[in-house]
Design a protein around this ligand. Structure first.
Ligand SMILES: C[S@@+](CC[C@H](N)C(=O)[O-])C[C@H]1O[C@@H](n2cnc3c(N)ncnc32)[C@H](O)[C@@H]1O
Length: 158
C-alpha cells in the first residue's frame, strides 16, 4: 500500500496507556517487543528510555518528523471535534475530557517526534506494514498492536 502524506491522521498513545491496554507486567516489559501499527505513539521512546527493547513498525515512518508533525497540527483539532460530537460514546474515566485527551495525545506525539530521527537511525522505528513484516520467525517474544486491527478491518482480511 502506498500512503500519501495528506491522507495520514497521526494519533498516538503513551506508555502508561499501553501498560493499561495490554495489562503489561514488569516481566513482560523485559521481553523483545514489536509494536506494529505503532504510529506516533511514545511507547518506543519511553520504553527505550527505561532501557527496554522495542521495535516499532508503521508505514508512516517513510515520512520525516517534520512531515508527521505537520499532519498532527493539521488533523488533531478535527479529531477532537469529532470526539466532542460523539462524547457519549466514550468512557471518560481515565482521560476526563476531550481537552485533556488532546493534551495527553499531543504530549505523547511530541515525545515521539523528538525521538523519531534518532530512533529511525537506530532502527527502532521501521517503515513496514502488515500483512508482511521483514522479520525472521521467533525474533520477538511479544507483539503489540493497538488501535489498528478493528480500525483497518476494511483494508485487511482476517
Ligand atoms: C490509530 S494509529 C495507532 C497508533 C498506536 N498503536 C497507538 O495506539 O497509539 C493506527 C496506525 O496504523 C498504521 N497502519 C496503517 N496501515 C498499516 C499496516 N498495513 N500495517 C501496519 N500499520 C498500519 C497507521 O499508519 C497508524 O499509524
Amino acid at each position: 500500500m502506498t500512503i500519501k502524506l495528506e491522507k495520514i491522521v497521526p494519533w498516538g498513545r503513551n506508555l502508561d496507556e499501553y501498560i493499561s491496554m495490554f495489562d503489561l507486567t514488569p516481566e513482560e516489559k523485559k521481553f523483545k517487543i514489536i509494536d506494529c501499527a505503532a504510529g506516533p505513539s511514545s511507547f518506543n521512546y519511553e520504553m527505550t528510555f527505561e532501557r527496554y527493547n522495542v521495535i516499532s513498525c508503521d508505514p508512516i515512518y517513510k515520512f520525516n518528523a517534520d512531515e508527521i508533525s505537520q499532519r498532527i497540527q493539521a488533523t488533531s483539532q478535527n479529531i477532537i471535534d469529532q470526539i466532542k460530537a460523539n462524547y457519549d460514546t466514550f468512557v471518560w474515566q481515565n482521560l476526563q475530557s476531550p481537552e485533556n485527551l488532546l493534551k495527553v495525545r499531543m504530549a505523547a506525539m511530541e515525545k515521539f517526534l523528538l525521538d523519531f530521527p534518532n530512533g529511525f537511525q537506530e532502527k527502532r522505528y521501521l517503515t513496514a506494514e502488515l500483512p508482511k513484516l521483514p522479520f525472521d520467525n521467533h525474533r520477538f517474544d511479544l507483539a503489540l498492536c493497538s488501535h489498528f486491527l478493528f480500525l483497518y478491518s476494511e483494508h485487511l482480511s482476517a
